[in-house]
Design a protein around this ligand. Structure first.
Ligand code: PEP
Ligand code: MG
Length: 547
């Protein structure tokens, strides 16, 4: 074939060069057979289901070791799906009423459930469609007597696929995966998350031009440009090899910054922290030498669950974070659910303008029981490290006072119960609404720190929906209005003697680093992979130079 370039969406940077290996999975069509002995078919289904659960337990253990608890959790969800009464009843009913074989009943149930999930409004639930197919395929394979070996890779290669489901991804021999390239998939899929966690270049959404006839072809996955070059000519190959080497050198150079201080040439120290979504990201934060966690988006804990996480479950997670960071600051944001982040069990009413609706702190203040459970877990975890608590979507002094009242109540309860906690846990707020900026001098007197959420601050300041991809050209976090608000916030904080940071995506904008430091920003919190590049940038700055 002649050189072909496919473009898609990058979910992780880096360059990989190698052979494409198309992911092979057992494909059999399901036959509908009439049966008389329906009891026997139900029994076959039951046995296959039990074996599938045993296999999933094994996969969970494997995933736990390789990618951590949060990523392994998907296999627990899979087990729960197979235990689900609706699912089991659907299969038995089809066998009984239609007098058909177990395979057909499982296949039909899987289709129905997948369709039901796909038609839901919620992106998380839509994602479950792939999961129900995945677990059903496992049962089908067992029913047909197949084995569960997955794909064996004999040499390091680029894994190509239509899309990969979690059970397929986790079974791959990671030491032999150079990169991922898929036809479909979203940036939030488990394959994408896994690629990021493993630091493997990945490009998704390449479309149907990527097809299985390309198996074995030499390819370059360019995770920087979001493209895959198939059968590169000698010149292109040389260019890409060169870039790969440079990238390797750059990475080594950055790694040499580990353990170094984040300080400008003229001696200004900056706190450089990591943003994380769950405890499995702690490894990346530590590997990149984060000085602490500047934003732990605790809502993921709620999004991953089918019901409210209990106080004990939350406590375990926050305690793990506190202990892993070993005395470094861990700023946990209370749940910021609503708008684009929906958990069905909250049963939030449908809204015309969800971004301006019942979300984040508004939910906490109207459902104090949910809020108190989280605060109890956070305070309990404070006995195991340096926890700080941060509240999202603040607009007024009244909210902050209400929050403080609830927090004091929680502390009194814990004291009365004799449960240990840190008395002086820092309480901070996110500055992510124009209102909060305007009243920041008053707010600063009530809290211990500010952290500016530039993602929402941009959305609310410019009146541009951050979710609407057709408005991307209007979504400008560098807009002078946003930068002026940042300056106002920093001034208000320092006047009241508290520290101020940025945890929105803008914090990682290297072209603004100098401006942020000149404004007096004390802390920058960014995704783990941006910590060392930012440290490098800060160490090159000299603020004593007049601009
Ligand atoms: C922000 O709004 O900038 C922020 C950090 O929070 P999130 O992106 O989770 O809304
Ligand atoms: Mg926000």
């Amino acid at each position: 074939m002649k050189m072909t370039i496919l473009t898609g969406k990058s979910v992780f940077g880096g360059i990989a060069i190698g052979r494409l290996s198309f992911y092979k999975r057992g494909q059999g069509t399901i036959q509908r057979r009439h049966v008389e002995d329906t009891a026997r078919e139900s029994q076959r289904f039951e046995e296959a289901r039990q074996q599938a659960i045993r296999e999933l337990k094994g996969l969970y253990d494997k995933a736990l070791q390789e990618v951590g608890e949060a990523n392994a959790a998907i296999f627990e969800i899979h087990q729960m799906m197979l235990d689900d009464l609706d699912y089991r009843e659907s299969v038995s009913n089809i066998i009984e009423t239609q007098k058909v074989n177990a395979e057909y009943a499982v296949g039909t149930t899987a289709d129905n459930f997948a369709q039901m999930f796909s038609s839901m409004d919620d992106a998380y639930m839509q994602g479950r469609a792939a999961d129900v197919k995945d677990v059903s395929d496992r049962v089908l394979r067992i029913l047909s007597g197949g084995s569960d070996e997955g794909q064996t890779l004999t040499e390091p290669c680029i894994i190509a696929a239509d899309d990969l489901v979690p059970s397929e991804t986790v079974q791959l021999d990671k030491s032999r995966v150079l990169a991922f390239a898929t036809m479909y998939g979203s940036a939030n899929s488990h394959t994408a998350i896994l690629a990021r966690t493993m630091g493997i270049p990945a490009v998704i959404g390449l479309g149907e031009r990527l097809d299985p006839s390309m198996d074995g072809v030499t390819a370059v996955v360019d995770g920087f440009e979001g493209r895959v070059i198939l059968d590169p000519d000698a010149e292109t190959l040389a260019v890409m090899q060169n870039r790969q080497e440079q990238e390797q050198k750059r990475r080594e150079l950055l790694l040499s910054l580990r353990g170094k201080e984040t300080v400008t040439k003229d001696g200004r120290m900056v706190n450089l922290y990591a943003n994380i979504g769950n405890v499995s990201d702690l490894g990346a934060a530590l590997q990149n030498d984060a000085g602490g966690i500047g934003l732990f988006r605790s809502e993921f804990l709620y999004l991953e669950n089918e019901d409210y996480p209990t106080e004990e479950e939350q406590f375990q997670v926050y305690k793990t974070a506190a202990m892993n960071m070993a005395g470094k600051k861990v700023i946990i944001r209370t749940l910021d659910i609503g708008a684009d982040k929906q958990a069905p069990y909250f049963e939030l009413p449908k809204e015309e303008n969800p971004a301006m609706g019942m979300r984040a702190i508004r939910i906490c203040l109207t459902r104090p029981q949910v809020f108190k459970t989280q605060l109890r877990a956070l305070y309990r975890a404070s006995a195991f490290g340096q926890i700080a608590i941060m509240f999202p979507m603040i607009t007024s002094l009244k909210e902050v006072r209400a929050i403080r009242g609830i927090a004091e109540g929680v502390k009194s309860e814990l004291k009365a119960e004799g449960i240990p906690f840190q008395e002086d846990v820092e309480l901070g707020i996110m500055i992510e609404t124009p209102a909060a900026v305007m009243v920041s001098p008053e707010l600063a007197r009530e809290v211990d720190f500010f952290s500016v959420g530039t993602n929402d601050l941009t959305q609310y300041t410019l009146a541009v929906d951050r979710q609407n991809s057709s408005l991307e050209e209007f979504f400008d976090p560098r807009h002078p209005a946003v930068l002026r608000m940042l300056r106002m916030t920093a001034e208000a904080a320092h006047q009241a003697g508290i520290w101020v940071g940025i945890c929105g995506e803008l914090a990682a904008d290297l072209e603004l680093t100098e401006e942020f430091l000149r404004m007096g920003i004390d802390e920058l919190s960014v995704s783990p992979g941006m910590i060392l590049p930012l440290r490098q940038k800060i160490r090159e700055l000299d603020l004593s130079d007049p601009r």
